[in-house]
Design a protein around this ligand. Structure first.
Ligand code: TA6
Length: 318
């Protein structure tokens, strides 16, 4: 982090205290967009556009007390997605305190983007007992001048014993939506998915687009690099562009399941939708010294879909 950035000039990167005194980094872009990141979990909890509108859902009941992961924003699932393995649900990265990476190895990325923070997670001796591998998980969180939020994870195997390791991964992104019944997802039609509500059986998606009228918990496989979430009521389209993350999880707990989640309000399911860029079906394997790099870029664009002017195909291809 450059010192110039710490004094609050615009654009700025500021380290401060968040809820319960937890360390938080606030990224601000000159045109007004912003993002907030907690060192606890390397967790993005807020992403606002240049009008100050919040684009991520964060539960009012979110606990902000380690090691319970924060409900909402962008939890990171590593080295295990869900219960696909022996570790705790969604792995441990979201429960750990990350550090600011003051001297990250160079990263080929857009040099025009000046507002970013580099974080790093490495295992402690105790972590090693849970998952016996040495790694460096670097995460760049950047805000582009137009307000796009960009996350670049790099995971390196630093095992000294010559052993490879495998992991699954997801950015468990909670998008803020006006009303889940008014939302559709474009880009996942006709794809195969595992249905978590049906013992992970494999199905093929039928129909034009994905809409919501009950609980959904699916892992779409080999998805395109672009996915759009169209919010008719807000007249807003989220576009996810991803790299190295072939799968996409779609989750909404709906009413009954929402009631069973203590840090989620009973009606919160109406205002949130998780669409998660992920690598699940084919775990990523790294030999010692090897590094995996992924990318997730989120944009929020105004859409006039209600009046029929937005062609979702153009959003996906454009
Ligand atoms: O990504 C979907 C999912 O795995 C669901 O099965 C659901 O349980 C959700 O994540 C939330 O998990 P969490 O551990 O954060 O309560």
């Amino acid at each position: 982090m450059e010192e110039r950035d710490m004094v609050g000039e615009k654009p700025s990167v500021e380290l401060c205290k968040g809820v319960n005194g937890l360390d938080k980094i606030v990224l601000r872009e000159a045109r007004g967009s912003s993002a907030e990141v907690y060192l606890f979990g390397g967790h993005v909890t807020s992403w606002k556009n240049d009008r100050g509108e919040e684009l991520l859902f964060l539960s009012n009941k979110a606990i902000f007390r380690p090691p319970k992961a924060i409900r909402g924003g962008i939890p990171i699932c590593f080295p295990q997605f869900s219960s696909h393995g022996n570790l705790e649900q969604h792995g441990f990265a979201r429960n750990k305190i990350w550090s600011i990476d003051t001297d990250p190895p160079s990263l080929v990325s857009n040099s025009l983007i000046k507002t970013f923070i580099d974080l790093i997670l490495k295992p402690t001796d105790d972590d090693f007992k849970i998952w016996p591998h040495s790694y460096e998980f670097r995460l760049r969180i950047a805000l582009a001048s137009g307000g796009d939020l960009i996350l670049i994870p790099r995971i390196r195997n630093t095992n000294a014993d010559g052993k490879p390791f495998s992991f699954t991964f997801a950015y468990h992104t909670y998008f803020s939506v006006s009303d889940i019944s008014e939302v559709r997802i474009e880009g996942l039609e006709t794809l195969d998915y595992f249905d978590n509500l049906k013992e992970r059986e494999r199905f093929t998606e039928q129909g034009d687009a994905i809409t919501f009228e009950s609980e959904v918990d699916k892992i779409y496989l080999s998805t395109p690099d672009k996915i759009a979430i169209i919010d008719h009521e807000k007249k807003r389209t989220f576009v996810l562009r991803k790299d190295g993350l072939p799968d996409a999880v779609v989750w909404n707990p709906w009413d009954k399941r929402a009631k069973a989640i203590p840090d989620l309000g009973d009606d919160d399911y109406k205002r949130m939708l998780c669409v998660e860029a992920a690598a699940i079906e084919k775990p990523i394997t790294l030999k010692p010294g090897e590094e995996w790099k992924g990318k997730l870029e989120l944009s929020a664009v105004p859409s006039s879909y209600c009046s029929g002017q937005l062609d979702p195909q153009k959003v996906l291809q454009g």
